[in-house]
Design a binder for this molecule. Structure first.
Ligand SMILES: *[C@@H]1O[C@H](CO)[C@@H](O)[C@H](O)[C@H]1NC(C)=O
Ligand SMILES: *[C@@H]1O[C@H](CO)[C@@H](O)[C@H](O)[C@H]1NC(C)=O
Ligand SMILES: *[C@@H]1O[C@H](CO)[C@@H](O)[C@H](O)[C@H]1NC(C)=O
Ligand SMILES: *[C@@H]1O[C@H](CO)[C@@H](O)[C@H](O)[C@H]1NC(C)=O
Ligand SMILES: *[C@@H]1O[C@H](CO)[C@@H](O)[C@H](O)[C@H]1NC(C)=O
Ligand SMILES: *[C@@H]1O[C@H](CO)[C@@H](O)[C@H](O)[C@H]1NC(C)=O
Ligand SMILES: *[C@@H]1O[C@H](CO)[C@@H](O)[C@H](O)[C@H]1NC(C)=O
Ligand SMILES: *[C@@H]1O[C@H](CO)[C@@H](O)[C@H](O)[C@H]1NC(C)=O
Ligand SMILES: *[C@@H]1O[C@H](CO)[C@@H](O)[C@H](O)[C@H]1NC(C)=O
Length: 488
C-alpha cells in the first residue's frame, strides 16, 4: 500500500517536472585544485557547480566553480549519494557573460574535457562517457548535454594539460570553471523512462535497467535475455545462464537457479547437481551399484552401464558379470559346452566338472567320454553282451545294444540271453511266406524267412527248428497257440 502510494507520488512528481530529476543538485562536491586564497575559495568553491544557479556566468557572480591557476590537471566531481540511473549530464561552462565563440577566452580552457561516471572517487574505475578530441575554440558547445547512460555514484569532470603538445587553441593549463553541472536521471531505483515512471523488468539484477529502453543491466540468477524474462534453458543455469547442468535423469533440464536435478541423477553420476562422476568401482543411478568382483579386472567397470572392463572372469557372464554360466555352458565367456552330467545337471560353471557324476554311458571328469573297453551304462559299470562284432566296435555305450546281431548262441538286444533251443517253425500259408516263430514261455519272437539268406553274411539259419514237445507246449501262451492253430 505504502509502496504503491510512493510510486504514485513519484509518478505525479515526475509528471509535474515533466522529465528527469537533477540528481546533482546540492549534493556533495570536490575539486582537485581549489583557488588558493581564502575569500575566493568560498566564492568559487566546488559546490557552486551544483547550486542550481547559472544566470551570472562571470567570476564575480558567485555562481561558478573556479579552480586554481597554473595546474596541469583539473578534476571536479559530485557525489550523488548513491548509485543512480543517469541519462545525461548538462554542463554550463564559465563565459564571463560574453559571447561563446572562438574569441571567448574560456573556450581554450574547456577544450579536451571529459566526463566519467564511477562507483568510486577514482574515475578510472568507472566509465568514460565523453572525451573531447575534435572540437576547436570555434566549435566547442556551451552549455552542452553529455549522454552518460550508466548507473553510478560519482560524476567526474576532468581535463589536463600534461602532454608535450596539444592541438591549436588549447590553454596552457587545466581548469574546471563549471558554473553548473546537472546530472539528469531517475531518483528512484527500479524505474526508467523519460519521467522515471516505468518499472524495470522484475528479474533485473539489483532492479537496475537502462534508463531509456528499460533493458536490464544484468539478470537475477536463473534468467536471461534483455528484459530477463527467459529462464535458463538448454542445460544451463545460474548467473547469466553461464553454468552447465550436470547429468540429470533422462537429460532433464536442471533447476534454472541452483542447478539441482529435479528427478535425480542419470546413471554414472551423483551429487546435488549430478556433476560428479562415479568413482571407478561404482556405477548406475546415484552410483549405488558396485562393480562386480567377477570382472576381468575385479571391481572395474563402466560407471554408466556397469560393463566390466575386459570382460568377465572364467565362469561368469552378462555385461556386469553377475551371472554364473548356466544352460549347459561353462568356462571363459561361458563358451564351452558341458559334458553328459548325471541327469543333465549343470556342470561346474568354471571348470566344467560334473559334480554328481556322469549320465549313463559316459565317463571322465567332465563326462565327455563314451564308455569304452566293452562297457556301457551308468558309470560304465555294465559289460557289453555277446555281440557280433565285425569292425572292432562295441555295444552302444548308453543302452548296451549290440551294433548288429549277437554272437553265436546268444540272443536279445543285449545278446546276453542264450539262444532258445526249443523253438517252432511255422509255415505261414496265407501269403506263402515262411516265418519262424520262436516260443519261450509266453514270449515269442518273429523272424523273417530263416532260409532266405540276405547279404552281409548274416546268420539267419542259426535257429534249429524243433518240434514243440509237450512240456514246452505248456509254456506257450494261449494267444500264440491260437495263432499256431490258425496257421496250420
Ligand atoms: C596546483 O594548484 C595548487 C593550488 O592551486 C598549487 O599550490 C600547486 O602548486 C599547483 N600545482 C602545480 C603542479 O602547478
Ligand atoms: C555501479 O554499481 C552498479 C551496481 O552494482 C552497477 O550496476 C554499475 O554498473 C556500476 N557503475 C559503474 C560505472 O561501474
Ligand atoms: C574525431 O577525430 C578523429 C581523428 O582525429 C576521427 O577519427 C573521429 O571520427 C572524429 N570524431 C568526430 C565526432 O568528428
Ligand atoms: C539539454 O537537454 C535538455 C533536455 O532535453 C534540453 O532542454 C536542453 O536544451 C539541452 N541543452 C543543450 C545545450 O543541448
Ligand atoms: C534448488 O532449488 C529447488 C527448487 O527451488 C529446490 O527444491 C532444491 O532443494 C534446491 N537445491 C539445493 C541444493 O539448494
Ligand atoms: C570373450 O569375449 C570377449 C568379448 O566378446 C572377447 O574379446 C574374448 O576374446 C573372449 N574370450 C574368449 C576366451 O573367448
Ligand atoms: C572344478 O571345480 C570344483 C569346484 O571348485 C572342484 O571340486 C574340482 O576339483 C575342479 N576340477 C578341476 C579339474 O579343477
Ligand atoms: C581302456 O582300458 C585301458 C587300459 O586299462 C585304458 O588305458 C583306456 O583309457 C581305456 N579306454 C577307455 C575308452 O575306457
Ligand atoms: C526262456 O525264457 C526264460 C525267461 O523268460 C529264460 O530264463 C530261459 O533261458 C529261456 N529259455 C531258452 C531255452 O532260451
Amino acid at each position: 500500500m505504502e509502496k504503491s502510494l510512493y510510486v504514485l507520488m513519484v509518478l505525479l512528481f515526475s509528471n509535474l517536472c515533466n522529465g528527469y530529476d537533477n540528481l546533482a543538485l546540492n549534493k556533495a562536491t570536490w575539486q582537485q585544485h581549489p583557488f588558493p586564497s581564502q575569500p575566493e575559495e568560498t566564492l568559487w568553491g566546488s559546490d557552486k557547480a551544483v547550486d542550481g544557479r547559472y544566470s551570472d556566468l562571470s567570476a564575480l557572480g558567485g555562481q561558478c566553480t573556479i579552480s586554481g591557476n597554473g595546474n596541469s590537471t583539473a578534476e571536479w566531481r559530485v557525489d550523488l549519494g548513491g548509485v543512480f540511473s543517469v541519462h545525461y549530464v548538462f554542463i554550463q561552462y564559465r563565459t564571463d557573460n560574453l559571447a561563446w565563440d572562438e574569441n571567448n577566452g574560456y573556450t581554450s580552457r574547456f577544450l579536451g574535457f571529459s566526463i566519467s561516471i564511477s562507483n568510486t572517487t577514482n574515475k578510472n574505475e568507472g566509465v568514460l562517457c565523453f572525451k573531447d578530441k575534435n572540437h576547436t575554440r570555434a566549435t566547442i558547445p556551451n552549455p552542452v548535454n553529455i549522454t552518460c547512460r550508466y548507473h553510478g555514484r560519482y560524476i567526474i569532470y576532468y581535463n589536463d594539460r600534461t602532454q608535450q603538445s596539444y592541438p591549436v587553441g588549447y590553454s596552457s593549463y587545466a581548469y574546471n570553471e563549471l558554473c553548473e553541472v546537472k546530472v539528469y536521471g531517475c531518483a528512484t531505483l527500479g524505474y526508467h523512462g523519460a519521467s522515471c515512471s516505468l518499472p524495470c523488468p522484475q528479474n533485473c539484477q539489483e532492479n537496475r535497467c537502462d534508463i531509456v529502453e528499460g533493458n536490464c543491466l544484468g539478470c537475477i540468477i536463473g534468467y536471461r535475455g534483455p528484459t530477463c524474462n527467459d529462464k535458463c534453458e538448454g542445460n544451463t543455469y545460474g548467473m547469466e545462464c553461464t553454468q552447465v547442468c550436470g547429468t540429470c535423469l533422462n537429460g532433464e533440464q536442471c533447476d534454472y537457479v541452483n542447478g539441482s536435478c529435479p528427478s535425480g541423477c542419470d546413471k554414472g553420476t551423483y551429487g546435488d547437481k549430478c556433476e560428479k562422476a562415479c568413482s571407478g568401482d561404482h556405477y548406475g543411478y546415484n552410483c549405488q551399484d558396485k562393480c562386480s568382483i567377477h570382472c576381468f579386472v575385479p571391481e572395474r567397470c563402466d560407471r554408466v552401464t556397469g560393463q566390466c572392463e575386459g570382460g568377465c572372469q572364467v565362469g561368469w557372464k552378462g555385461t556386469t558379470c553377475d551371472t554364473k554360466c548356466d544352460g549347459g555352458f561353462y568356462g571363459q565367456n561361458c563358451s564351452k559346452v558341458c559334458g553328459y552330467c548325471w541327469r543333465k545337471d549343470q556342470c561346474q560353471f568354471m571348470n566344467g566338472t560334473c559334480l554328481n557324476g556322469c549320465d549313463s554311458g559316459y565317463w571322465g571328469e567332465r563326462c565327455t567320454k563314451n564308455c569304452g573297453n566293452n562297457t556301457y551304462g551308468p558309470g560304465c559299470s555294465e559289460t557289453c553282451g555277446n555281440c557280433l562284432y565285425l569292425y572292432g566296435e562295441q555295444c552302444h555305450h548308453v543302452t548296451g545294444e549290440c551294433p548288429r546281431d549277437c554272437a553265436a548262441g546268444y540272443q536279445g538286444k543285449l545278446c546276453i540271453e542264450e539262444e532258445l533251443i526249443d523253438s517252432q517253425q511255422i509255415r505261414m500259408s496265407r501269403n506263402g511266406k515262411r516265418r519262424v516263430i520262436l516260443f519261450n514261455n509266453s514270449k515269442y519272437m518273429d523272424f523273417p524267412d530263416p532260409e532266405k539268406k540276405t547279404g552281409k553274411g548274416e546268420r539267419q539259419v542259426r535257429l534249429s527248428v524243433v518240434n514243440l514237445n509237450p512240456s514246452l507246449m505248456k509254456m506257450i501262451s494261449p494267444k500264440i497257440l491260437l495263432m499256431k492253430n490258425m496257421l496250420k
